[in-house]
Design a protein around this ligand. Structure first.
Ligand code: SF4
Ligand code: SF4
Length: 330
């Protein structure tokens, strides 16, 4: 069931996930046309959807502001544009980690930290700076394709390095959440991105997409215009029940990104090794964190995260020689 709509207000709106946004075009034809924005807002109102507006770093103008404010929404903005959007989710790029002066005065913020592979060794330091100012931080690796053993090892090192800091803050009355470390503790089943199922995206051309990444990959690959009935070809391929490898997996915090699936394996419902390995680094770090929480006398009521001997559920399927028929029985 659709729960929310993402609206990319301009071609250079901030990315919040595993894709790169576009740049500005000469001539200014890069903002969503007002009538298309109005159609998106009406669609959201009619279907009782919350809207996540993705903003560029510049101001859009009063007509845009008025339409945005006419619907229940969340703003996602680049960190540099924070002063114009109080309460917005702030996107921090790992190449531009804010200094102490920039963070002074911020408290209880929602951050998205877009981490580049090259900046992996900076992750713990970046989190240490943001966590005391945060209500929640979502870390997302911007460039997943091409990650290998060195990146998995570094990711693990960095998550283990930040663990004591998260543990220290857990004693606060309002401990911050860190998606890659604390989410798995609270989950008993898959909690994935669900592009095309829980949310759809309106691109800056006013057309519908599974998510912004699909717009930036190919604007022609649209689901069509905003209207009552939205036809998604092969919609079932987006569902967990049609993702055999994910069905034998308990890295419940994984985004199960269908865009990465399609980009890296050419199949919407088949995950790449990169995605699975990274999600299992997070799962293991979460397991270690749970152990430390318990040692410190808290963590009561949280379910165990079992120790496992694999780092990619695909290896389990291969080892057990699981066939399509086996998966159908699950
Ligand atoms: S880790 Fe891999 S198998 Fe598990 S949910 Fe994520 S994509 Fe699917
Ligand atoms: S499918 Fe979901 S996780 Fe993947 S890029 Fe799109 S919004 Fe992000």
């Amino acid at each position: 069931m659709l729960k929310y709509l993402l609206v990319v207000l301009a071609r250079d709106a901030t990315s919040f996930c595993h894709y790169e946004a576009g740049g500005r075009r000469r001539g200014g034809a890069d903002m969503i046309p007002l009538d298309r924005l109005e159609a998106a807002v009406l669609f959201a109102l009619k279907n009782n959807l919350k809207v996540n507006f993705l903003y560029p770093g510049r101001r859009l103008g009063r007509a845009y502001d008025k339409l945005v404010e006419s619907v229940d929404h969340v703003k996602i903005v680049p960190f540099a544009a924070r002063s114009g959007h109080p309460g917005a989710i702030l996107v921090v790029e790992s190449s531009e980690i804010p200094g102490a002066a920039d963070l002074a005065g911020l408290r209880g913020e929602n951050f998205i930290l877009r981490l580049r592979r090259a900046d992996l060794p900076l992750l713990a330091a970046a989190l240490k700076r943001l966590l005391p100012r945060a209500k929640r931080i979502n870390v997302v690796l911007a460039d997943v394709a091409g990650c290998g053993e060195a990146e998995y090892a570094e990711y693990r090192r960095q998550l283990e390095k930040i663990l004591p800091e998260v543990l220290k803050l857990a004693a606060r009355p309002d401990p911050p959440e860190l998606n890659v470390l604390t989410d798995r503790l609270a989950l008993g089943r898959m909690n994935n991105c669900e592009a095309g199922l829980a949310h759809l995206t309106v691109g800056p051309n006013g057309r519908l997409y599974l998510c912004p990444a699909f717009y930036y990959a190919d604007p022609h690959e649209s689901l069509g215009e905003i209207r009552g009935e939205i036809g998604i070809g092969n919609r079932r391929l987006l569902e967990l029940k049609c993702a055999p490898i994910c069905r034998i997996c308990d890295a419940y915090q994984c985004k199960r990104c269908v865009f990465l699936n399609r980009a890296l394996t050419l199949e919407l419902n088949t995950p790449s090794a990169e995605q699975c390995r990274l999600a299992h680094v997070e799962r293991e770090a979460s397991r270690l964190y749970l152990g430390r929480l318990r040692e410190s006398g808290s963590g009561e009521g949280l379910a165990d995260i079992p120790e496992i001997a694999y780092q990619d559920p695909f290896d389990v399927a291969v080892e057990k020689k699981m066939s399509i028929a086996d998966f159908k029985k699950l």
